[in-house]
Ligand binder design. Structure first.
Ligand SMILES: Cc1cc2nc3c(=O)[nH]c(=O)nc-3n(C[C@H](O)[C@H](O)[C@H](O)COP(=O)(O)OP(=O)(O)OC[C@H]3O[C@@H](n4cnc5c(N)ncnc54)[C@H](O)[C@@H]3O)c2cc1C
Ligand code: FES
Length: 235
């Protein structure tokens, strides 16, 4: 169990939950989160927005019952966190990295950018973050030592010149990641996509979260959620 330190309403149905969970985790990993007792039955997968050894933060959007219950939790309330699960983003060899996020898919890119800069300060990072509507979620990204470019509405790919980059990390709606992959595939040597499927167990046991890849059906929770873009058959 972790204790909630803050559960901040950022507007546009987005919240930042800060917990006292002090376990280090890798960018792109996620927790199965629940802030309720019996119902809904399943915990909900939420990416790690930030983890610093003292706290773990989650950026989430209220879309249904589970996330609505999370949004009602107050400082001092307990939340159950199982994880960290999954394979996050690998070490990137490229030096000019684009991190492309759409909507709540921007969440794992904060820690990804922070960790790349911490390990390789010389690398050039550009964050391209698309939101349907403006909210205070944008401001969360402003303390990263990276050029952060925002697009409110429309297509995020409209503001990216892939020729300026040799590696791409992306997370967001599948249609957006598909478009990013197709525009970047002949230009950028490394492309990693973070897939989002509905999850039940989160640990590879139920096969409920498979995604179609060149290596056959793979479990998004255990084999992913991060895959090489060239491996995935996008829907
Ligand atoms: C690896 C992973 C990481 C994630 N990270 C985050 C995160 O950092 N922040 C965040 O807000 N959300 C994240 N999600 C999505 C989040 O898990 C869902 O929004 C949440 O489970 C919805 O639960 P709910 O009870 O509120 O809504 P439900 O009542 O279960 O569903 C409401 C609506 O959302 C759709 N939905 C639910 N889950 C998913 C899903 N996984 N993919 C696509 N559509 C879905 C349903 O079809 C339905 O239309 C992540 C999902 C995965 C798989
Ligand atoms: S959620 Fe059960 S195998 Fe992935």
């Amino acid at each position: 169990m972790a204790v909630i330190l803050e559960n901040r309403d950022l507007g546009d149905s987005m919240f930042l939950m800060i917990t006292d969970h002090g376990v280090d985790s890798a960018p792109g990993q996620f927790y199965m989160v629940r802030g309720w007792d019996k119902y809904p039955l399943l915990s909900r997968p939420i990416s790690i927005f930030d983890s610093d050894g003292k706290t773990t933060k989650f950026l989430y959007r209220v879309v249904g019952e589970g996330t609505d219950l999370l949004s009602k939790l107050k400082p001092g309330d307990e939340v159950q966190l199982q994880g960290p699960y999954g394979n996050g983003f690998p070490e990137i060899k490229g030096n000019r990295i684009a991190l492309v996020g759409g909507g709540i898919g921007t969440a794992p890119l904060y820690l990804a950018a922070k960790e790349i800069k911490r390990k390789n300060p010389e690398k050039e990072l550009v964050l391209y973050l698309g939101f349907e509507n403006s909210s205070h979620a944008q401001e969360l990204f402003e303390d990263i030592e990276a050029d952060a470019r925002f697009k409110i509405g429309g297509y995020i790919t409209d503001i990216i010149d892939f020729k300026s980059h040799d590696a791409v990390l992306t997370c967001g709606p599948e249609a957006m990641m598909k478009a990013v992959f197709h525009e970047a595939k002949d230009i950028c040597g490394e492309i990693y996509v973070s897939m989002e499927k509905r999850m039940a167990c989160g640990v590879g046991a139920c096969l409920g979260c498979t995604c179609e890849t060149k290596a056959g059906n793979r479990r998004t929770c255990k084999d992913g959620p991060v895959f090489e873009g060239s491996e995935v058959f996008f829907e």
